[in-house]
Design a protein around this ligand. Structure first.
Ligand code: HEM
Length: 156
């Protein structure tokens, strides 16, 4: 395996945990603060920015893997018609990429919309709804055996 390919795969794999942990923590904090009538505070803002920032890094690394480095996407680009009949290749060439782009766009939209709200409660509710949906979509697109794309949970 090429060392550049391997390094990008390791970063992409570990950054997944930063995305999941910051996203879950943000959802838990928002539920807690909404049910206890608390204001949108600094730690929630930092969590929201960590979630968004790690998603953007993931998108950048993912695109580099997708376009230049991954032997799976290269094999799919060579014969796209045939790749669509193979669940493993289809997962990398279409499903993982497209579903995650939608998830990242939803997370970003939620952050922008919540910033526009003047009322603190509306800000938190908007962020909670969009972040939860984005997180669910992103979790569904994580490579797993059921998609024919089994990957290590912790890559070294
Ligand atoms: C939040 C979004 C994302 C998450 C959580 C995620 C997660 C993952 C994980 C866990 C892997 C397996 C890494 C390993 O083998 O250890 C992977 C591989 C990969 N991802 Fe993502 N990813 C995301 C977004 C994207 C996007 C947007 C793209 C494309 C633009 C992308 C393209 C790829 C490619 C090409 C591979 C490598 C396939 C190979 O083994 O050659 N990912 N991703």
């Amino acid at each position: 395996m090429g060392s550049l390919y391997n390094s990008f795969l390791i970063i992409h794999s570990w950054n997944r945990w930063l995305i999941l942990l910051s996203g879950i923590a943000l959802v838990v904090f928002l539920i807690y603060s909404l049910s206890n009538n608390q204001n949108f505070n600094k730690s929630m803002k930092s969590l929201a920015l960590t979630f968004l920032g790690s998603l953007h890094i993931q998108l950048l690394i993912g695109l580099i893997l997708y376009v230049f480095l991954s032997p799976f996407t290269q094999a799919a680009f060579n014969d796209f018609g045939n790749a669509m009949k193979n669940s493993g290749l289809r997962f990398w060439a279409v499903e993982h990429f497209m579903i995650n782009i939608v998830g990242i766009a939803l997370a970003h939209t939620g952050y922008v919309l919540s910033k526009r709200k003047l009322n603190d409660k509306a800000k938190q509710k908007t962020l909670l709804i969009w972040t939860s949906i984005a997180l669910l979509i992103i979790v569904l697109a994580i490579p797993m055996g059921i998609y024919g794309a089994e990957r290590p949970w912790f890559r070294f």
